[in-house]
Design a protein around this ligand. Structure first.
Ligand code: GLN
Length: 276
């Protein structure tokens, strides 16, 4: 079997399975399974692949045809220009979330303490630690398995962070300069109509924000002041239609509450400064 023969097989299978990005995904999986970059492919498309590479590719194509997200198959997702390890225990980092990181970076500086509630893969906290020298960071998550992924990411990125298991602030002590969070925020009934990749393969507990999607924002808005230093800041990722509601939850305890839009012009982040 040649590289081009294998690629043809993969493209056809993914297209037949109705995978939207079938062409791209067939390529990514070939690069992963046959350890061959696109450049190498075009230099020698008729190169023979090893039997184990062929077997691995076919297994991955079968899994992708069953709508398992590409990132769980390759075990990685890029976020803020960094490579994160992911598996089915964590939400796959989204590009939308980079807005939150960029917004928080503007307010952070050396010596500050930052707390990431619902850290998942650790993508938010670890990007902040990597991109702003001298920060001290803590991440919490209810899922022990997610924290194992976050710990693995800290190790791979060579940053020091402390990860603690528990519900929101439950395992947290002390005060922070900044709280960041991308909590689950999809209304329960809307989870069931998400695309198959997300609905059936990403952790439901990382998506489901209760009946109206605001369950975690209510708790975070109420509890965060206790864990913030005077004039400490909060940055929350939100769904495109949750700006007003989440800003409303912060207003009683926070000043300068703002809604920040993403590159598509949709509301994406709500932030504020703890009122003294
Ligand atoms: N903080 C993680 C992320 O942004 C996980 C979010 C979540 O599980 N809801 O990807």
């Amino acid at each position: 079997m040649t590289l081009s023969g294998l690629l043809r097989e993969g493209r056809e299978a993914l297209q037949a399975a109705g995978i939207p990005e079938w062409d791209l995904d067939a390529w990514y999986l070939l690069e992963y399974a046959a350890h061959c970059t696109k450049n190498e492919y075009f230099l020698r498309p008729e190169k023979e692949v090893l039997p184990q590479e062929k077997q691995l590719y076919r297994t991955l194509i079968r899994k992708r045809s069953a709508h398992i997200p590409l990132q769980y198959l390759t075990g990685s997702q890029e976020f803020m220009g960094l490579s994160f390890f992911v598996d089915e225990n964590v939400l796959i980092p989204r590009q939308d979330t980079e807005i939150l990181v960029e917004e928080a970076l503007r307010a952070l500086g050396s010596g500050m303490r930052v707390l990431d509630v619902c850290t998942g893969s650790g993508c938010i906290l670890l990007s902040l630690l990597k991109l702003c020298a001298g920060l001290e960071g803590t991440g919490t998550d209810l899922s022990e398995k997610a924290l194992q992924v976050a710990g693995e990411n800290a190790r791979r990125l060579g940053v020091e962070a402390s990860f603690v298991q528990g519900d929101l602030f439950e395992p947290v002590s002390g005060k922070y300069d900044c709280i960041v969070s991308n909590p689950p925020y999809i209304a329960s009934r809307e989870v069931d109509v998400l695309m198959e990749e997300v609905r059936d393969h990403e952790p439901r507990m990382a998506l489901d924000g209760g009946e109206d999607g605001l369950y975690f924002y209510r708790k975070i808005a109420a509890q965060s002041p206790k864990y913030l230093k005077d004039r400490g800041r909060i940055f929350l990722e939100i769904g495109f239609d949750q700006g007003e509601a989440v800003a409303g939850l912060l207003v009683p305890a926070f000043d300068e509450v703002r809604i920040v839009q993403d590159l598509a012009g949709l509301d994406r982040v709500v932030c504020g400064i703890l009122r003294s």
